[in-house]
Ligand binder design. Structure first.
Ligand code: NZQ
Ligand code: ZN
Length: 382
């Protein structure tokens, strides 16, 4: 067991109807005005917008709004929203949405305080030294952005999608009501499942040492996600399945699943960021293409963990059968498993390699993941 520190200062409020307490939560924290940030249509269509604004009004919380955050969120939206936050003189940012909204909120919170463009944090022109408090109402379970300090943005001018983060960007409060995810369409439910599995699998398959507790913790998360996804895809309004799925998503990337382990890295995310930078594919869909390819490329480097995965998750005796079972499961939930399934053709591979390698450099894993290595991984995805 390696030494570690674990501190997540986010208060989670979980359960039915809890979004209606948002006004009260903000009032109790002394917040007077928020910038409410959301996506395109879903929260107006399913009635959540009305509930949230009613709660804010009843508690006397003033609010400004920024809508239209896209999946694979753009820096231009974050910059515009940060300017709005400054002009409106808000004292907190409230995200109502999935990972794209919650990631944008982190960028908005930091950029509006520093009076700079959010991309300046990526080019080292500016540092994250201050941030507005962040509140979330989560509508899609996948990223754990509600309980971590990272955010991923796409720079549409340079076609780069890169991760960033700061301990100042842990949300203060995140409200999770599984009922709010009943309306998530089947495709995004499937992509969410892939993303959750990816978050724990990265550490599980790259670890070089660590407690068995973490192996079992991660296996529980993966098994829970497989089981609940199959239920939800048939019955989207199964509360208990949605609830276990949602909490699994949070636990998978709030830092708890990495405790005491050595050798953790995020190569699948690295390659996926390269793919979605140039193709705008949904994050989970990109991951279900990368994961089987990366597993085939990497399997001989950590055979014990790959064998364990095959046995514990799918009851298989060989590494190859374990990989095949995962790939078949991705197929069964209709998430793509080959580049061509997502319309990504050979001529884009050099650019994907370049963009992925940039992420490798940023994450300090460029020695193991040279451009040549990334290109080899992509060959397995054809
Ligand atoms: O824009 P609206 O109309 O709200 O529609 C959204 C969007 O089209 C829709 N949706 C969300 N909640 C819904 C709903 N539709 C119906 N009912 C609901 N309750 O779903 C679509 C996808 O939403 P999005 O927020 O893009 O999905 P997700 O939560 O998967 O977030 C993906 C983003 O998070 C980043 C990804 O790279 C990607 O940009 N990630 C963030 C991480 C982090 N901060 O730790 C880690 C992840 O690995 C990931 O990289
Ligand atoms: Zn992810």
């Amino acid at each position: 067991m390696q030494n570690f520190e674990f501190c997540v200062p986010t208060r989670i409020i979980f359960g039915r109807g809890k979004e209606e307490t948002i006004g009260e939560v903000l009032k109790n924290d002394g917040i007077k005005k928020v910038l409410m940030v959301y996506g395109s249509h879903s929260i107006k269509k399913n009635g959540l917008y009305k509930k949230v604004t009613k709660s804010l009004k009843e508690s006397g919380i003033a609010f400004a709004e920024y809508s239209g955050i896209k999946s694979n969120p753009r820096v231009s939206d974050v910059d515009k929203a940060a300017e709005l936050a400054r002009n409106e003189d808000v004292d907190a940012i409230l995200g109502v949405g999935g990972g794209s909204v919650m990631d944008s909120v982190k960028g908005i919170s930091a950029a509006s305080k520093c009076n700079c463009n959010v991309w300046d944090f990526y080019t080292q022109k500016a540092e994250i030294n201050d941030a507005f408090p962040i509140y979330n109402i989560v509508t899609l379970a996948a990223t754990a952005s509600e309980m971590n300090s990272g955010f991923v943005l796409t720079n549409e001018e340079t076609s780069e999608k890169l991760g960033n983060g700061s301990p100042l960007l842990y949300p203060k409060v995140s409200i999770l009501n599984p009922e709010l995810t009943f309306t998530v369409p089947k495709d995004y439910t499937a992509y969410g499942a892939v993303d959750i599995i990816a978050h724990v699998l990265e550490g599980y398959l790259t670890r070089t040492s660590g407690p068995d507790l973490m192996n079992m913790y991660i296996e529980s998360i993966i098994k829970t996600v497989i089981k609940t996804t199959e239920i939800i895809l048939i019955n989207p309004e199964d509360y208990d399945a949605r609830a276990e799925f949602m909490w699994s998503a949070t636990l998978a990337l709030n830092g708890s699943a990495k405790t005491g382990m050595d050798g953790i890295s995020f190569p699948n995310h690295m390659v996926e960021h390269g793919i979605s930078a140039i193709s705008d594919i949904a994050h989970g869909a990109g991951l279900s293409i990368v994961i089987p390819a990366w597993m085939k490329w990497y399997k001989s480097k950590n055979e014990d963990q790959f064998k364990r995965f095959a046995k514990e998750i799918f009851g298989k005796d060989t590494i190859d059968d374990g990989i095949k079972s995962l790939e078949d499961w991705f197929r069964s939930i209709e998430s793509p498993v080959r580049l061509i399934d997502a319309g990504i053709t050979d001529e884009t591979l050099p650019d994907i390699t370049l963009k992925s390698h940039k992420q490798a450099l940023k994450w300090g894993i460029d020695k193991e993941y040279s451009a040549e290595a990334i290109s080899e991984i992509l060959q397995f995805a054809k």
